[in-house]
Ligand binder design. Structure first.
Ligand code: AHR
Length: 523
């Protein structure tokens, strides 16, 4: 792995946004109730203590925040999530936000049609904003374009952002006891409106017309909002048609992609779950490239018609490894998946893709942030860091606010069957060793962060890292390794998969280099 830092330091690259490590909270299973706030049926120990301290939660009917989860998600915490998408997901297409404001005891309990459960509405807009303020996360709200009306959407933006002496802005002041607006900048124009499972799903032309009308009026209510058009996987006719028109109205285009391991079983070649898992993110990388080309195409049309090109970014607002056989969507514990070491290798491949493609991605939200297909699990008396938690924490800490360095691609590539099938047929061959490198300016000088993923099921490689034009002073290695591809972290053995940290000081690293420009890592 050769990095020519001297040459690349000067490359005019935009910095890598921390928004690559954004999160997502949906009213689904135990994400909100049990993950973010206490579960009324099984309150956590800490929340009960908090209620007694404050003496107000019980009387107001509000549910206490799970402080343990909050500590990990918040600014300064290990995951440091910069932005949270809410309230769905499929849930939003049947969510009426006015049910979730005002005195908690008077809020209606509703049936919800995405996951077929009941919604208490105890956690609503003001609670979400309070949570974002307390954690330092930027709020990103998805609008209900399924059963929701145009008027409801306009009122939601006015409720959150209105600063005048108007009905909705005044209702917010009354409900929160504060004058300042919630100032929600990012709004999604519906969730997966193309999907047959979505309440109020539409054909492309129906969606495009409706979204364009909504976008026009939403920007009249608040011209500063940033709108996100509803995309599919980034590489479909839906995406092409939506981008072609909505580039003139929206600021970002959303895409959703899960490397679904269980999903393809039976409908595809059996017996290569490992490969689907660890090479699947290569498909997401391809979709990002296709989506970027669709944006370029739409811009060519704009320019041809005498309009300026628009810097529309991709909002990758749902991504993850998901085995829908292990983690089905039903029940009060919906979509809870135990992630093993192999899942973690797939997840690392995802993180490498996001960093490599960062120039085209404005926001990426991991689906989801707690309990639901999540790195972080809760039970009343504690939290569990799943295997995925560790690479996420490392990327969120190190792989941002810097510049991408070019890394040569590794010659040994996977050529067997993969998921989905067009990856194996195309020219795109994922390498066994997948790397990204980032250069960050720190108060102590320049710092190079290199992520090296070995996704070969058996082979070991000796990686020789050659760095030209850079004198190393300090080296830190975070290694996540297991001989058991199925290893998991459990409540009894929570640290089975955890990074091993090695720090080399000046003398130690100097001993391991062959000349002043090279540094050799043994593993
Ligand atoms: O994240 C789980 C679900 O996956 C979301 O609700 C939906 O948008 C997607 O299909």
């Amino acid at each position: 792995i050769t990095l020519d830092v001297e040459r690349l330091v000067h490359a005019a690259e935009p910095p890598i946004t921390d928004k690559l490590y954004s999160g997502f909270l949906e009213h689904l299973g135990r994400c909100i109730y049990g993950g973010i706030v206490d579960n009324p049926n099984a309150p956590s120990h800490e929340d009960l203590l908090e209620k007694q301290d404050k003496g107000d939660s019980v009387s107001q009917g509000r549910l206490g925040w799970r402080k343990d989860v909050m500590r990990h998600l918040a600014k300064g915490g290990e995951l440091e999530i910069p932005m949270l998408r809410w309230p769905g997901g499929n849930f939003v297409s049947n969510y009426h936000w006015q049910d979730g404001i005002g005195p908690v005891s008077q809020r209606p309990k509703r049936i919800e049609l995405a996951w077929l459960s009941d919604e208490s509405n105890k956690f609503g807009t003001d609670e979400f904003i309070d949570y974002c303020r307390a954690t330092g996360c930027e709020p990103y709200i998805c609008l209900n374009m399924g059963s929701g009306t145009f008027e409801e959407a306009l009122a939601w933006v006015e409720y959150c952002n209105g600063v005048g002496d108007t009905y909705w802005a005044n209702l917010r002041r009354k409900n929160t006891g504060r004058n300042e607006p919630h100032a929600v900048k990012y709004w999604g124009l519906g969730n997966e409106m193309w999907g047959p499972w979505q309440v109020g799903n539409m054909l492309p032309f129906e969606y495009i017309r409706k979204a364009q009308q909504w976008a026009h009026a939403l920007k009249l209510v608040d011209p500063s909002v940033k709108l996100v058009s509803c995309g599919e996987t980034g590489a479909t006719d839906w995406d092409r048609e939506v981008i072609q028109t909505l580039i003139s109205w929206a600021d970002l285009h959303s895409i959703h992609f899960y490397t679904m391991i269980g999903h393809a079983k039976g409908s595809n070649v059996l017996g290569f779950d490992y490969e689907k898992n660890v090479f699947g993110p290569a498909a997401a990388e391809k979709h990002i490239e296709v989506c970027k080309s669709l944006i370029d195409m739409a811009n060519i049309s704009r320019v041809t018609q005498g309009m300026p090109a628009k810097d529309m970014k991709i909002c990758f607002d749902e991504w993850n490894v998901w085995d829908d056989v292990k983690a089905p969507g039903t029940g009060s514990n919906g979509l809870e998946q135990t992630y093993d070491y192999t899942d973690m290798l797939g997840f690392c491949a995802w993180l490498n893709v996001l960093v490599r493609k960062h120039k085209d991605i404005g926001i990426a939200c991991l689906a989801q942030s707690v309990n639901v297909i999540s790195p972080l699990m809760t039970r009343p008396n504690g939290i569990l860091k799943q295997t995925l938690y560790h690479p996420l924490a490392l990327f969120s800490k190190y792989m941002k606010n810097g510049h991408l360095l070019q890394v040569p691609s590794f010659p040994d590539v996977y050529e067997g069957p993969s998921f989905p099938v067009y990856i194996q047929q195309g020219s795109y061959k994922p390498s066994y060793i997948d790397t990204v490198a980032v250069l960050v300016k720190t108060p102590n000088g320049l710092s190079i962060r290199l992520s090296v993923l070995n996704r070969h099921p058996e082979a070991d490689w000796k990686a020789v890292v050659k760095i030209h034009g850079f004198k190393l002073k300090h080296v830190e290695i975070h290694e996540i390794y297991s001989d058991d591809l199925a290893a998991v972290n459990t409540w009894d053995k929570p640290d089975t998969i955890t990074p091993k940290v090695t720090k080399l000081n000046d003398t130690e690293w100097a001993d391991s280099i062959e000349d002043q420009d090279n540094w050799t890592v043994k593993k």
